[in-house]
Design a protein around this ligand. Sequence first.
Ligand code: NAP
Length: 418
Amino acid sequence: MTTTIKLPEGECLVMRDGKVEPATQPIIGFVEGDGIGPDITKVCLGVWDAAVRSVYGDKRRVAWCELFMGEKAASLFGGNPFPDETLAAIRKLKVAIKGPLGTPVGTGIRSLNVALRQKLDLYACIRPVRYYQGVPSPMKQPEKLDIVIFRENTEDVYAGIEYASGTPENRRLADFLRQEMQASFFEDAGLGIKPISPFASKRLVRKAIRYALEHGRKSVTLVHKGNIMKFTEGAFRTWGYEVARDEFAQETITEEQVNKECGGQPPAGKVVINDRIADIMFQLLLLRPEEFDVLATPNLNGDYLSDATAAQVGGVGIAPGANVGDEAAVFEATHGTAPKYAGQDKVNPGSLLLSGADMFEFIGWHPVSAVLRAAYEKTVRDGIVTYDFARQMTGATEVATSAFGQAVIERLSAVAQS
Ligand code: NAP
């Protein structure tokens, strides 16, 4: 590691089989990100430290280590937005949290976020979607939605295997498909390949089932478009059921078994495995959200569902997220860099703040997550909000990012004692 990334004093976390071992002074990496990234990161670091102090006093602390990606990295590392040192540091530290990163449209690198997920094999994109009282929502009963989406992060459209119309590669593939595979499609069609493997599907569903078991969740729903794409999405469904049957036979039961053998009532303590077709899933999550708990999806379904369900409970401005593998976990703001607001101390830090709450849960500091979530909710319920919420509420007090962070800090000790 060069001198640009400086490890502070503390413990490097140890991660085994996707879980971290306990630590009292973990070194955790953070990436400010681009655009509004620095505005929200600065505020969140202050709130996170205050939350840890409110629970553990000086017995525990996070040793934060700044890592570099995006524009700041490019300025420090001779134009490179994703230096090897950052990658090596995340591999060493195991856990990091990042602000949003800009992606140039149409040119240059495809996406720093995608590169990060692929290089660290962060194969599960985990998006908890729940409602916080006081947050403006378009739904009548937004609190009925409380799900965690496990979206496959390495295959499907994220494999990025595409051949542009009119290119020699496209023509070669088109000829092969027509002549050797009897496929039929319009002339000059752009072509993409949608790989979905048993390996990647099973490890994703395995993670989702383990999560459901550890968090007392009642079901895992496999969301797919297997009625049309039988050998990719349909296979994802088949492999999902196989993992449950082969590896969690004692702890899970299928919905079909519940209906046939248990009179529709799942036995206590068993996680129900079921599946739904992707398009009806959007309707069900609007009309009967309380029926769902943990979802496991291939990449594209999960992409759409994550943002659609986030909208039901307040939008991506407050939706937390993480990309998790067996060797590392990177928590992140789910919105983008909102460049027009950069440096204005204006935007909502909720997404990054709540991703931090999930991160504390991941490292086993559950009480810190609990006070963060409770203090965040109390602040919004008290009507103290940033501009994005203020414009949807009557009688709210609109405050800057930093003032919102301060308001959360002021409520930490009250919620810690309650
Ligand atoms: P965006 O940055 O998320 O911004 C779109 C709009 O969402 C903003 O104009 C703002 O709405 C609202 N918004 C976003 N974050 C907010 C926050 N913290 N508080 C309040 N409002 C917030 O999406 P984009 O304009 O499509 O993308 C900009 C850049 O970000 C692109 O380069 C894109 O590739 C990148 N991006 C990165 C990530 C990531 O790193 N995870 C994710 C998505 C996009 P109003 O204008 O209505 O106020």
